[in-house]
Write a protein that binds this ligand. Sequence first.
Ligand code: ZN
Length: 236
Amino acid sequence: MSERKALVLLSGGQDSTTCLAWALERYAHVETVAFDYRQRHSIELQQRLAVRTALKTLRVDWAPKLGDDHLLDLAVLGEISSTALTDDRAIEMQANGLPNTFVPGRNLLFLTLAAALAYRRGLGVLVGGMCETDFSGYPDCRDSTIKSQQATLTLGLDMPITIETPLMWLDKAATWGLAAELGGKDLVHLVVEHTHTCYLGERGTRHAWGYGCGSCPACQLRRNGWERYAELEAAK
Ligand code: ZN
């Protein structure tokens, strides 16, 4: 286990929750951060606290390592971007091939602010759920963007910053598999029960893969990954 300390970008979704478990398995001390940029719904922000509580109960060896949580106000991001994540409008593809859920530069801002917080608190590792594999086409989730930002932050802060993205090359089925590896069936159950992914903020119906509307792109991705994961498990 590394003696380094980590800061996990925890939105309360499946990916960032799996990243938090990954970090708790590796680092001596782990803090979490999230950003309130006036998302259309605040369910994810609420669920992240449920996730933290449930993870502490799940593993007694993780509980003492899980440190403070930070919620940073990023209302300015909602002011400068008009997207289907922040405004009440339909999710659709834009002419440039990106879905209109894309908030330009969002991850660049998140990582910069996370690094500023990490600097103050002596945390050398940032952990995020960015992923190229189930690719929505978000250019700030690409591995090359992350590597470049890691170099920029290390130079600009004059402090070695490592950005870990454990999901970068995993598809959604493999992300479920990683949760199973890290914390067994109990962690998979925790992800199903407590994390929130649905773009529409729907939490009325409980499916095998968790809560959500079942039809928005985020729900489709989560459901398809779950079904593939279940197939792979059944074939073992
Ligand atoms: Zn949905």
